[in-house]
Structures are given as structure tokens and as C-alpha cells.
Design a binder for this molecule. Structure first.
Ligand SMILES: NC(=O)c1ccc[n+]([C@@H]2O[C@H](COP(=O)([O-])OP(=O)(O)OC[C@H]3O[C@@H](n4cnc5c(N)ncnc54)[C@H](OP(=O)(O)O)[C@@H]3O)[C@@H](O)[C@H]2O)c1
Length: 282
């Protein structure tokens, strides 16, 4: 049983590879990466795979039984064809099962919606591939909030446009655990699962960060327009509007959804405070 994980040089791909090694051993896990050297430290065989190059995947997926496709990072329209390169190469190589990492969110509501729409198109492509399939819809990672701690401390606040909307944060560690179950358990095939944690407000997020880091942060909500302006100034037009769209979605409740994490893994999703402490200790 050989399982390949794409974007193994990234943090999500690496987490999935590590969890898989613990279950089925190094010799049965293949990392696929655009930048092969960045995935070498995983200690598994690494093959080259740039989503823009179908030929890469025609070679990389030889002898593979199951492939995990981590969604790409390019602009939304481009991603659809990139993902099709992997799906078509999987079909050509006789791969039996494909697991896709999609995203939670609303298709038609905000500046993040084009990303969600492109993910939904790949979901359809995966479902129509003729392979056994499973789709996970990832919640928002909590890692960036922990990595942003120095800025939060400097500013004394967490500031965004989520108002009192609730977000079901997850982490790449939790997702690595869940995707490993999805890759190995055939009873989970043919379903879409929301891989999300407990719903919390930004006020609660600030409280948990304060507990973990012994800080005194408060949450300040600003308008969508004001937040878009400051994010675009700092991150540029595309990323600034995508980030604003994510928080606008939280405000509008699109991230306050039921979790399928326990259905997939057999255990409860870790609590937000536990996630924050775990990332802090890394
Ligand atoms: N849920 C959330 O909150 C959230 C937040 C951010 C991102 N995401 C999504 O999560 C996924 C990956 O996350 P991550 O944590 O692993 O991000 P990451 O650590 O930044 O890694 C990104 C990965 O994408 C790979 N990549 C980019 N373009 C590629 C291409 N043309 N062909 C093949 N690989 C390519 C990179 O390869 P190189 O090493 O060669 O650069 C790298 O392995 C993406 O789908 C992203 O859209 C979700």
C-alpha cells in the first residue's frame, strides 16, 4: 500500500506525511513536492511534482495506490487546472483513491469566495474522477494567530472585522491526524467532511491567547471597509482582500458550522486553548 502526499514541502503536507509514517512506516509513504529539497528532511522518498506540470505527476504517481491532493496556492482560476493535472495523472496511473484538502466557506459572499468556488470545482472534479474519493473541508488554521503574537503584544489588541462571529479554528496538527484516518479507512470513502474545531468568538480567542502567553490582549472589531484598507496596505491587493474576506465570512457565520472531526478520527477535536499551547511549544 503506497500513499503519496502532494505539497509535502509545505506545513500541511509535512504534517500529514509525519502522521502517516507513524501509522504505516516510511517505506510506504511518498512525498511529492515542487521543491524536492524542502521535503527531504521528512525522511521519505520524495518525487518532483509541480501542479503546473502534468508530466511531473504522470511520473510521480507511478505505483501509487492512494494520493492526497493538498489544494494549491495560486490564484483561484489557475488552481482548478493545476488540480486537474493531478487528478488526470492519478487516473492514468491506476491510482485507486484520492483525498482532497478543500476549505470551509461561502461560495458567494465575500472576497474569499473565489477561493472557495475554485475549491468547490475541484471537489466536483474529484467526485467525478471515477476513483474512490474523500474530501475534507479544512477550518481556518489557528497557527497564524499564534505566530502573530509579537504584533498582537505590540499593539495590545487583536483587531479585525469578525465582530462577534464564531470561528471553528483547527490546526495543521489536527488536520494531519484527520487526513491520515481518511487515507487509511475505506469506510470513510465517498463523503465530504468538515474538519473543524469548536466555534469561538475573537473575544474568546483573545482570552485563550492571554492564558497561553500571559498577555492582556483585547479584541477590537473594526468595519469591513477599514480592515480591508489596512490589510491591503500591508499585504497587497489580492492577499489583503482575501484575508478581509475570511474575517467577513466569520462575522457572517460561514465558519460556525458543525464538525465531522470525531466522525473521521474517533476522538474529539482538541480545544482551542490546547491548540494554542501545542503550537507555542513547537
Ligand atoms: N485553512 C486555512 O486557514 C489556510 C490558511 C492558509 C492556506 N491554506 C491552504 O492550505 C494549503 C497548504 O497549506 P500549507 O499550510 O501547507 O501552506 P504552506 O506551508 O505555505 O505550503 C504551501 C505549499 O504549496 C506548495 N505549492 C505552491 N505552489 C505549488 C505548485 N505550483 N505545485 C506544487 N506545489 C505548490 C508549496 O511548494 P514549495 O515548497 O515548492 O513552495 C508548499 O509545499 C493550501 O491549499 C492553502 O490554500 C489554508
Amino acid at each position: 500500500m503506497k500513499i503519496a502526499v502532494t505539497s509535502a514541502s509545505g506545513k500541511l503536507g509535512a504534517s500529514i506525511v509525519k502522521h502517516l509514517i507513524a501509522e504505516i512506516g516510511k517505506e510506504n509513504v511518498i512525498g511529492i513536492a515542487r521543491t524536492v529539497e524542502k521535503a527531504k528532511q521528512l525522511g521519505v522518498e520524495v518525487r518532483k511534482g509541480d501542479y503546473n506540470l502534468r508530466e511531473d505527476f504522470n511520473t510521480a504517481l507511478k505505483g501509487i495506490d492512494t494520493v492526497l491532493l493538498v489544494s494549491g496556492m495560486d490564484e483561484p482560476q489557475k488552481r482548478i487546472e493545476q488540480h486537474r493535472n493531478v487528478i488526470e495523472a492519478a487516473k492514468n496511473n491506476g491510482v485507486k483513491k484520492i483525498v482532497y484538502t478543500s476549505i470551509v466557506g461561502d461560495k458567494n459572499e465575500n472576497a474569499f469566495s473565489p477561493v472557495v468556488q475554485s475549491n468547490r470545482q475541484t471537489e466536483k472534479d474529484v467526485q467525478n474522477s471515477g476513483l474512490n474519493w474523500i474530501i475534507g473541508r479544512n477550518g481556518i488554521y489557528i497557527e497564524p494567530d499564534v505566530e502573530y503574537i509579537e504584533t498582537y503584544i505590540k499593539e495590545g489588541e487583536i483587531r479585525n472585522c469578525a465582530a462577534d462571529g464564531k470561528c471553528t479554528y483547527t490546526s495543521r496538527i489536527e488536520l494531519g491526524y484527520a487526513y491520515t484516518k481518511m487515507l487509511l479507512n475505506e469506510n470513510l470513502n465517498g463523503q465530504v467532511y468538515n474538519l473543524v474545531g469548536e466555534p469561538i468568538t475573537q473575544n474568546q480567542l483573545a482570552e485563550y491567547i492571554n492564558q497561553a502567553f500571559d498577555t492582556n490582549l483585547i479584541f477590537n472589531s473594526v468595519s469591513v471597509e477599514a480592515y480591508a484598507k489596512e490589510r491591503k496596505e500591508e499585504l497587497g491587493e489580492f492577499l489583503g482582500s482575501v484575508i478581509t474576506g475570511i474575517y467577513e465570512g466569520i462575522k457572517n457565520g460561514v465558519n460556525n458550522i458543525p464538525s465531522d472531526f470525531e466522525k473521521v478520527t474517533g476522538r474529539k477535536h482538541k480545544k482551542p486553548l490546547e491548540l494554542i499551547k501545542e503550537i507555542k511549544e513547537q
